[in-house]
Design a protein around this ligand. Structure first.
Ligand SMILES: Cc1cc2nc3c(=O)[nH]c(=O)nc-3n(C[C@H](O)[C@H](O)[C@H](O)COP(=O)(O)OP(=O)(O)OC[C@H]3O[C@@H](n4cnc5c(N)ncnc54)[C@H](O)[C@@H]3O)c2cc1C
Length: 426
């Protein structure tokens, strides 16, 4: 078994066309809006702003799709990670319904954007949530029923253990098939968004880290190493890395390193047996397994994570978990393995807000950003264009701080997440 990836985005980089290098920021530039971060959030914001006629400059510290947006599991989930009944109890039914509607809009938007701007991302419908125990199965069923009854959500249905086994090729207690979920090739999608934003008039600078945001003469000034951008609005779309440029956000965002791998293309018999309908799968564990097939017939399997550092050899760690789920893959090598940083919040809801009246941020999608970033970027764009009503639906969700202060926060969060990992074993 060898891992042959050297690119940080592993198989995704190897299966995408590499765009021509973009310029770096040099000297002084002016814009209506400066977007910091070239992942799904920032690119979607830049696209919508440029289409509305705003002068947009996006600064990316590495290259487009370098971080989570170019490395993720590609899975499109329905709703937030907090259930709708819990959201209703916490925020009241009106706010909870508004949040649900934004989630549904984000799925529609990612589908529309992928179809029009990045068909090569091969977005496919269908996500199975597989129950690892009977309690999880019961909860999935209750949730599906609740969403159907109170939110008219009819795209999901429960499956028996037998049907789940048929659609996955592995054994679970049952599952929920959500036709409203799906999956795509994330790096191709990010690059497609970047192309479209540029075609609409946005300027993207790569290898252009924003070092700090200052205010001068009523404008915001984003300082880089060799230049600066003066803009009316600044949109921070840096997800897990937000605290590096805005230390005041550090208490609200924690990091988890999640590991992803790609096998060699499956032989025909295993290709027919594993995920025959091409749905993606996420299971119900705290440290979940999530997987799907690529369009060239590999199993892209993600499982295991780290809260502290990235191990030097990820492939064997993910592979041992994959073989527990799919023992028949013993003779199929793992060809790529990589990791990415997931930005998570205490509530597992994304955290939107303002550092000052015209410096906005959206981060902390907590593993559900493939869809939710599209609404994150769109709502930030709407706010910068003068209508912040919908941005504020998200910004009104109270943010909670991770405990521990600057020194103890990281070990405490790691310990708490490790405890979840232990809980999965029982
Ligand atoms: C391994 C992995 C698997 C995942 N799987 C899924 C999944 O299956 N489904 C799902 O819904 N979600 C998943 N997620 C989460 C999802 O990928 C993210 O929520 C989403 O991509 C966040 O997009 P973003 O644009 O907000 O941030 P990012 O994609 O992280 O983009 C932020 C960008 O900002 C840049 N940057 C940072 N600081 C600066 C600075 N100072 N100046 C300039 N640029 C800067 C970074 O280089 C980066 O490119 C996964 C994440 C990971 C890491």
């Amino acid at each position: 078994m060898t891992a042959k990836s050297t690119a940080p985005q592993g198989y995704y980089a190897a299966s995408s066309e590499t765009p021509a290098p973009r310029a770096t920021l040099r000297g002084d530039a002016q814009a209506d809006v400066c977007v910091i971060g070239g992942g799904f959030t920032g690119l979607t914001a830049a696209l919508h702003l440029a289409r509305a006629g705003a002068r947009v400059i996006l600064l990316e510290s590495e290259t487009v799709g370098f971080a989570a947006s170019g490395r993720n599991g590609g899975q499109i989930h329905t709703g937030h990670r907090m259930s709708q009944p819990d959201l209703e109890r916490w925020l009241g039914p009106i706010h909870a319904h508004d949040l649900w509607n934004l989630c549904e809009e984000s799925k529609a938007l990612v589908r529309a954007q992928a179809a029009a701007l990045a068909p090569e991302a091969n977005l496919k419908d269908g996500l199975i949530i597989a129950a690892h125990d009977l309690t999880a199965l019961r909860e999935l069923g209750e949730e599906a029923e609740y969403l159907n009854k109170h939110y008219n959500y009819a795209d999901a249905r429960m499956m028996s253990a037998d049907e789940t086994k048929l659609l996955i090729g592995a054994t679970y207690h049952g599952g929920k098939l959500d036709k409203g979920g799906g999956h795509l090739h994330p790096l191709r999608y990010a690059r497609g968004l970047a192309r479209a934003a540029e075609a609409a008039g946005a300027t993207i600078f790569e290898h252009s880290r924003a070092r700090r945001v200052e205010t001068s003469g009523g404008k915001n000034v984003v300082q880089g190493k060799n230049g600066k951008v003066t803009a009316d609005f600044v949109l921070l779309a840096t997800d897990a890395f937000s605290a590096e440029i805005a230390p005041q956000l550090a208490p609200y965002i924690a990091h988890v390193e999640s590991f992803v791998s790609a096998t060699a293309p499956l032989p025909p018999d295993l290709n027919a047996q594993i995920l025959p309908t091409d749905a993606a799968v996420a299971d119900t564990r705290h440290v979940l397994d999530y997987y799907r097939k690529s369009d060239d017939g590999r199993l892209l399997f993600a499982g295991r994570e780290s809260y502290w550092s990235v191990p030097t050899d990820i492939a064997p760690i993910v592979r041992s978990r994959m073989l527990q789920v799919f023992p028949m893959l013993k003779s199929v090598p793992t060809e790529y393995a990589w990791s990415g940083t997931v930005g998570i919040t205490v509530t597992r809801l994304p955290h939107f807000g303002r550092l000052s009246p015209r410096v906005l941020f959206a981060h902390g999608y907590s593993g559900q950003g493939v869809a939710l970033t599209s609404i994150g970027g769109k709502l930030m764009a709407e706010a910068a264009l003068g209508n912040s009503e919908r941005f504020d639906v998200m910004a009104r969700v109270p943010a909670k701080k991770f405990p521990g202060g600057p020194w103890l926060r990281k070990p405490l969060v790691a310990a708490a997440l490790f405890a979840f990992k232990i809980a999965d074993a029982f």
